[in-house]
Design a protein around this ligand. Sequence first.
Ligand SMILES: [Fe+2]
Ligand SMILES: [Fe+2]
Length: 276
Amino acid sequence: MTSCFDVQSSLRNEKPGAGGQTRATRSPGTVRPRTAAEWVACFRANAARCRAIPWERGAGVTPADLAAIARSLQAWQLGETSDGRHLRAAAARYADQVGDPDYLPAVDLFIREEQRHGRLLGRFLDLAGAGRLTADWGDRLFRAARYCFTDMEVWTTPVVMVETLALVYYNAIRRATRSAVLSAICAQILADEVPHIRFQCERLALLLRRRPRFALRLTRLGQRACFLVIVALVWAGHRRALRAGGYSWRRYWRAAWDRMNAAWRLMDPRRYAWTP
Ligand SMILES: [Fe+2]
Ligand SMILES: [Fe+2]
């Protein structure tokens, strides 16, 4: 089985494809998507190799550093701590419909990784004395928009978009802090998010694979409009932290679209060799 991490460069670098050809840039129809059972193995292997977080060093942030990122981190921490109940229910229905019993365990492991991110960030916020949020407008909006639908495609698409922006966001936080603890947490989250995006994109490619070309173009158009809104909302809610990490609006905009374009390549059904 190929590694979970072989598309990292194309998703993480702001210039996709830098560093040579990756699976994300290979010719159409040549990539075999992972099965749900392979994703289960992949998530299990990832859970077994968590990075060490140097908690003994304390939070290591000055009040000024913390002021720039605390409110924003609290909101992301809340977003990462969802119990995944609705996603799990949608995944269970979908797995049943398509006869893919391994999909639900894969989603369970995915949810567990997200919760691990929430726990790590929560522990850091506690250590820094910043406290945690129990409600946030962005989190409420994101959940409300998704809970209106039960379709797996509608569930998965905004997740990919938020995870794509998470790559930009946690990179900004890593640059904004001198805390060894927070830096290690960001490195762990960034390493986890890349396979998460691929997991969701491959599933979307599968869901879209029989859609006619014209309908696919319309789908992409709708996704671009949706991403535009999410990019603007994340900037509205987190610009102070993003700026602290060196992201002006222009840089943030470019990084967001570069990464999302890489994700769109991963969710293009034409790049995969489907078994009939
Ligand atoms: Fe996460
Ligand atoms: Fe994720």
